[in-house]
Design a protein around this ligand. Structure first.
Ligand SMILES: NC(=O)c1ccc[n+]([C@@H]2O[C@H](COP(=O)([O-])OP(=O)(O)OC[C@H]3O[C@@H](n4cnc5c(N)ncnc54)[C@H](O)[C@@H]3O)[C@@H](O)[C@H]2O)c1
Ligand SMILES: [Zn+2]
Length: 380
């Protein structure tokens, strides 16, 4: 981890994937340079911007102006905001609109939005004409530190989340941190769950930095004149880029990014993927459970687990199941949901557990009975 930048230059984070390598560019006000960046990458390309209604209203004007100023024509494809748009019908609409806009092999899709838009537009880009290039312009904290990097794209099946999709890397990621100024505080905080995840899974020094500087990350640079937000996003992107470069298809190390996600997904599904529990909130809760479960198994000192949980609680993220509005499902339903998660092999469960802050590992021999006993106690 390096010291926070004090200058306004954008931070560049390379994703080293050989022929599919790309840059993540992070900085305040970067949208204005999007046209020039696209032009440098694909001279003469047409662009289709895929966005949702909320983001479209707030930010697509600036994106269109930036493209236009570099002489780039664009079409705008807008879908309803929210997870519901990661479905077959919206996917069809996006693909047909891309073809309609006469976007061809040498043109570009711009995904302007949060993780929903990145996943949906990325999958459409992977599919139309057997693969179009796309640029991620993430507009949520979650998307800037996680979903826009690494090339996982897709939609939800009737039977579960993200079951239909493709690996399709973007050709560029432009993370304009000023876009986060319009993000509701609750969404920002939920995204911070994933920020903390990078410290907790593999970077103890970054976690300690977050404990001291999280308020500046939330405030952004607009008043404080510092670059804590940009620094935090860059550290997360470097962490994810490193993992993705070593294990693009998740055959090993990439699974560490699922810290908190096995418990988290079960709770999220148990709440019907509603706004009772946002994804990042579920991950926070899931990480608190993973640390406590690791402590109960004697893998990590209880005080160390408590330190992890205390930070999540300090920023206002949920760390206990009783904080979920409307309650969570009972133990049988939860165990069922955990079993349905893709991380099950021959009756044993796979969890990301921890030996310390910043020391996560993949445990694929976790006894379901042990998980049941642990969770029952939490639900009591
Ligand atoms: N591909 C991956 O590797 C990966 C990783 C993590 C999560 N995901 C996916 O990401 C999705 C969640 O992403 P998300 O949390 O960004 O949700 P989201 O895209 O639904 O955005 C959350 C809400 O914020 C609004 N919004 C977005 N940017 C805004 C802005 N700048 N100002 C005001 N409002 C704004 C959106 O309209 C939406 O209502 C899930 O579908 C999840 O499966 C994918
Ligand atoms: Zn996540």
């Amino acid at each position: 981890m390096t010291a926070p930048l004090r200058q306004i230059e954008p931070i560049q984070v390379p994703v080293a994937l050989g022929a599919r390598a790309y840059e993540i560019v992070i900085g305040r006000g970067l949208i204005a340079s999007l046209g020039e960046r696209v032009k440098a990458l694909r001279p003469g390309a047409r662009v289709a911007i895929v966005t949702d209604e909320t983001v479209g209203q707030l930010h697509s004007g600036a994106v269109e102006v930036a493209l236009k100023s570099a002489g780039i024509d664009s079409a705008r494809i807008t879908v309803p905001a929210g997870e519901g748009s990661k479905n077959y019908a919206t996917f069809e609409k996006v693909c047909e609109s891309i073809i309609d806009a006469r976007v061809e092999r040498n043109d570009l899709i711009v995904a302007l939005g949060g993780g929903v838009i990145g996943d949906l537009a990325g999958f459409a880009a992977a599919s139309v004409r057997r693969g179009l290039d796309f640029v991620q312009v993430p507009t949520t904290l979650l998307a800037q530190v996680d979903s826009s990097v690494g090339g996982k794209t897709g939609i939800n099946s009737l039977q579960g989340k993200n079951l239909i999709g493709a690996f399709h890397q973007p050709v560029l990621v432009v993370a304009d941190t000023a876009l986060l100024d319009t993000l509701p505080k609750r969404d920002f905080r939920a995204g911070y769950g994933e920020v903390a995840k990078y410290g907790l899974l593999g970077d103890a020094q970054f976690f300690a930095w977050l404990e001291k500087n999280w308020q500046d990350v939330f405030a952004g640079g607009q008043t404080s004149g510092n670059f804590a937000r940009e620094h935090a996003i860059a550290v997360c992107c470097r962490g994810k880029a490193g993992i993705v470069a070593r294990d693009e298809r998740e055959t090993g190390e990439r699974a560490l990014l699922n810290l908190g996600h096995t418990f988290g997904h079960a709770l999220e599904a148990g709440c019907g993927f509603s706004d009772r529990l946002l994804h990042g909130e579920a991950v926070s809760l899931g990480m608190a459970l993973a640390f406590e479960f690791s402590a109960q198994k004697g893998l990590i000192a209880a005080s160390e687990a408590a330190r992890a949980t205390a930070h999540l609680a300090a920023v206002g993220l949920p760390t206990h199941v009783n904080q979920v509005r409307g309650g969570v499902p009972g133990i049988d339903a939860l165990m069922n949901l955990i079993g349905q998660d893709k991380k099950v092999k021959r009756g044993k469960l796979t969890f990301i557990l921890v030996r310390g802050i910043g020391q996560a590992f993949v445990a694929n021999d976790v006894d379901p009975a042990e998980v049941r006993a642990f969770l029952s106690e939490k639900l009591a």
